[in-house]
Design a protein around this ligand. Sequence first.
Ligand SMILES: Nc1ncnc2c1ncn2[C@@H]1O[C@@H]2COP(=O)(O)O[C@H]2[C@H]1O
Length: 443
Amino acid sequence: MNESSLRELGLDLLEDRQFERALAVFAEAVRRLPADHRSRMLAARCLSELGERERAVTVYHACAEGLLRRDYLLSAMAACKLGLEMAPQERRLKDTLVRLHARAARNVTGRASVPPPLPPETLYDGKVDTDLMGLSGEELSDRAIEVLAAPDPGGTANPNDRPPLPLFADLERDAFIDLVGRMGYRSIKPEEVVSREGEATDRLHVIVAGKAEVTRQSEGEDRTLGFLGGGSIFGELSLLTGAATTATVTAVSDIEVFEIRREHLNAVAKSFPAMPQVLATFAQKRMERNLTATSPLFQPMPESERAALLQRFTFRALQPGEKVLVEGEHSPGLFLVLAGELVVQKEDPAGGTVRLGVLREGEVAGEISLLTGLRATATVVSARKTATSFLERAAFHELVKTYPHIKKYLEQLSDRRLKQIGEALRPAEIIDADELLTESGGS
Ligand SMILES: Nc1ncnc2c1ncn2[C@@H]1O[C@@H]2COP(=O)(O)O[C@H]2[C@H]1O
């Protein structure tokens, strides 16, 4: 037999539904390398397939404890979740989740850390007589559980650290446990699309392990925007605003994800009414961070100042059809689009309305009247649920005084827009009478 990793061998056996042999291989991998939590999880799955429910739960628990000790919080949650699926009332697993929740830092940005790739010492050398792979039946199960239930002795994290666990850590403890029980956990094969650009989604994803590519259509081609790894969260803006997703996410490797659907959130919210606000705040902070990183308004200033500038804005969620600015009325302040769409339209003196444009993420509205002191040049209405940051009039004037570059940027923008208005409303060209003559054949 070719040399291959024990885990690969076990995965092949699992695929063939040879659960007993797969158990022997995964248990042997853990005996050789107790930190191989992936093999430990897979061994638990084999035990469950073999009908050894209690032992499977014990192994999921050992796995979760080992991962928690190393601060791999998402993977520890996955182990707890799989165990709770088999034994929803299991105290040990809930207790692990409670400690996991207490360990995580609240309200911090950054990604949860995920286990590094395993070192290659689990290479299979073909020997079967000296290890668990020579056993079967009860003897195998008894010996395997000894190995698999024994805690992984290595890798204690610094007790003073508080590792990030975005979103989950911000939930109150019991809401967190409730959500872990309800949300989905699934594997995705390479090249499978997880979420598609242009489609609204009713779920957010958290990558527990693996890598995914983010692409966007541009001039008929898929352009790569970047890659997501373990700990990445995506889909929350679309879930929250109902807006279509702005990019496609495709699995590059085998990935594992938590899938939190709207129905899961609604169910948790019944017992924990603060839950939707936690998600909204999470999404809001993230949108604001994206905005400060990409909007030309914030570009020329150092990162530390960007956050301070954003503090002056307040968050405003808009319902579809809500008018934020009305042509001919005073503008209440400046709107920055965080997610969603604002339609800009103007009454046409010739009758009807003219659509001037659609404002998306990062774009501003209301700057013309604020700068000129005149009334709004157009009506701005939200096309769908839209999230914005709002700066009221007095704060706007202070802002442009403090930051001349912002004033300059907005002045140039409003010049461009006023020009567009002029062009959009220009009456149809008057045809010269001589041309009429020529066209009628000079008769
Ligand atoms: N051509 C345009 N394209 C995009 N946005 C515009 C255009 N014209 C006006 N707007 C926006 O619509 C807003 C209406 O209120 P204000 O005139 O204060 O500021 C205006 C701009 O922010």
